[in-house]
Write a protein of this length. Sequence first.
Length: 305
Amino acid sequence: MSLRISRDAPMYCIDAGAVPLASIQGTTEIVFETHDARGGKLREAWQVHETTPDFSERFPKVNPVTGPINIDGAEPGDTISVTIDNIELDDQGFILVKPDMGISHGKVSDPVAKVCRIESGYVVFDDLRFPIAPMVGVIAVAPAGGPVSPALVGRYGGNMDSKRVTTGATLYLPVQVPGALLYVGDVHAAMGDGEVTGTGIEIGGKVSVTVQLIKGQSRQWPWLETVSEIVALSSAPTYEAAGRICVDEMIDLLGIHHGVSPTDAYMLISAVGNVCINQSCGSTADISVRVEMPKMGHGINRVTG
C-alpha cells in the first residue's frame, strides 16, 4: 500500500529545517497530492489579480510543494532515485500571461489568465483542444545552504520544469543533507520547452512515485533516464553556462553508460544529442537546460562481427 501525503499543508520553501511529514526506509511507493502554482485559488480567470503572490515576501506563495519526506539513512554523497509511476490531474488548470514575465514582454497591459478544463485526456483551450502531457515541475531534496523558494532550481533539483520528468522516467537527485528531505509539486497538464510565458497549464494533481536510496554514486547535478534515453540536467544564470555544465555532465554519463572516451562522448553529443531549454521565462530562477542522448540499443548500437 502506498504512503499518501496530503496537500493540506503546502510549503512555500524547500528547507532542510522543516519537520518531515513522514519517514521511509527502503524502496517505498508514495502518492504526493499537489496544488497548482497558485495554491488552487485561481479557479476563474478574473481571480488572476486577487491571487497574485506578494513578491516582496522572502518566500512568495508561488509553486507550493508537498513534503518533506525523510529518507532514513540518506546522507550527503548518496543518491535518491524517484521513479514517476503516474500523474493524475485535477479537472482544470490555468495558464497566464503577465506584462513583465516571460521571454517576450509587453504583450498584455495587465495579467491575463485562461482557465482550461481537462476532458478525456485533452486540455480544452477555449474552442481548441490538445492532448495532455503531464509532467512534474518541481522535485527536490533540501539544499544544504539554507531554505530556498520552490520557484528556484539548482543542484538539489527544484523547479527544473523539464517535460522529461514525466511518467516512466526515473530522476536521480544528489543528497545534500542528512535524511535528504524530498519535496514534490508544480504539476503541469502540458508545458512546452522554454515555458515562454512563465507558466504551462498549471494544475493540481496526484503524483505517484517510487523512491529508493542509493548509497554513494552521488553526482554534482540531477539526471534522469527513460526506457530509451539518458538525460542530464543543469541550470545557471545564462544559457551558455547552463549548456556547458549539462554537456560536461553528459560526457561523464556517456563514459559510465556507454564506455566511451570524453572526446568520443563530446562528438556523439554533437552528432545525435539534443540540447534543450526546459525553462527560460525571464523570472528570478536560473535557466534550466537538459541534454538528451539515446541509450545503447535505442539509436546507438555497437558494431559486432
